[in-house]
Design a protein. Sequence first.
Length: 274
Amino acid sequence: MSNPTFTHLDVLESESIHIMREVAAECKNPALLFSGGKDSIVMLRLAEKAFRPCKFPFPLVHIDTEHNFPEVIKARDKLAADLGERLIVRSLEGSIAKGTIIIKDPDLPRNPYQSVTLLETIAEFGFDACMGGARRDEEKARAKERIFSFRDEFGQWDPKNQRPELWDIYNTRVHNDENMRVFPISNWTEMDIWEYIDRENLYIPSIYYAHEREVIRRGDNVIPVSHLVQPRPGEKIEMVSVRFRTVGDMTCTAPVESTASNALEIIAETAITR
């Protein structure tokens, strides 16, 4: 009798599913942050495996900067509709209209302002836990963040005020107005994400794969041309084969030159470049 193969992806998947079920069991009113990017799409598949055939015990929530790539918004809406899950969208424009966000330069990235609209959304719906797709390998600050990351009544994260996490035992208790950010894929890497996308044959926005796009070169960066980003004097528009490793604010998200047109080719590129 042969032993079943249990891969590292199976281990990561099992851990993430356990975390999601822990959130559903312990938290009163959780939400899943879903932008339509590759990491949140992986989170969506994990939620399917954790809770299907039932409906998700939480809504999907997106904080829209209005600076998103159209392909990503299309994927967000398609996937939420295909699953028949509730999608709550709150825009920075709503916060701007209320005066809680003041934009001094409309051409600058809006990512720093997202937390304001997120906190307003948490207060509006009374969420006590928001699951996100952040990974520890993305930046140094996230490397020390807990899977269950405590936020105080002001929505602030204090690295000195976090709970110990022993094995798979998590403290989810919060007072009124406090909340948790929960990161079920904290221990995944970019390579793991792409291997999972390939294994599960996940639909993701087309801009993650190589395509011809108008770009301009600024220093070492290749900047996509859009209604938000136009060439400066002396800059020339080029048509280049590129793909996006991450998708966010169109004004500051730079693609990489690539010919990788599927997940396996991206995995091969990632293995060389990391």
